[in-house]
Design a binder for this molecule. Structure first.
Ligand SMILES: [Zn+2]
Length: 166
């Protein structure tokens, strides 16, 4: 019983990893360690997914550290999940917890094209990924549209339609 539950959980986690697209970027970001100590840390965002960012930084950060990331006028609050030393610098994985958009943006439903690109995992800029992601949190309609797109992209996870007789 436990083994079955465990293997179900494992395959669920696999599915999650597979469907979470990562968008590669080379965008500059400014990090602040929270609670604020003053000095910002400048880094480069290496990729963005729906739930997190991977940032290259000149210094090590502790796991669990709360950070504020300023990226294209968006402010992202998150928590450091890991920190790896990579060729003289550090790569930090940050789980996004909250996001504040620049004021004055009109909140519209996501258009079909960016929604498909979001589902496929390429072709969007970082601000677009952030905007789509943020809209999805608040819009059930667009979440349903995205789920539909993803079902089309991952036909294995769907029941096959019955074959016509003949
Ligand atoms: Zn919407």
């Amino acid at each position: 019983m436990a083994a079955l539950a465990q293997s179900l959980l494992a395959s669920e986690q696999d599915a999650e990893r597979r469907t979470e697209a990562r968008y590669p970027t080379q965008d500059p970001a400014e990090l602040e360690l929270l609670p604020g100590s003053g000095e910002p840390v400048y880094g480069t965002v290496l990729d963005v997914s729906r739930s997190g960012l991977r940032v290259a930084l000149p210094q090590r950060l502790d796991r669990g550290q709360q950070v504020k990331v300023t990226l294209h006028g968006n402010v992202i609050f998150g928590e450091v999940r890991y920190c790896r030393a990579v060729s003289g610098a550090f790569q930090v994985g940050i789980r996004i917890q909250d996001l504040v958009r620049p004021a004055g943006r009109v909140d519209q439903h996501i258009a079909d094209d960016p929604l498909s690109l979001f589902a496929v995992g390429k072709g969007l800029s970082v601000p677009e990924v952030i905007a789509v992601r943020e809209h999805l949190v608040r819009c059930e309609t667009c979440r349903a549209r995205l789920a539909h797109q993803e079902a089309l992209l991952n036909p294995i996870r769907r029941a096959r339609p019955g074959r016509l007789l003949g």
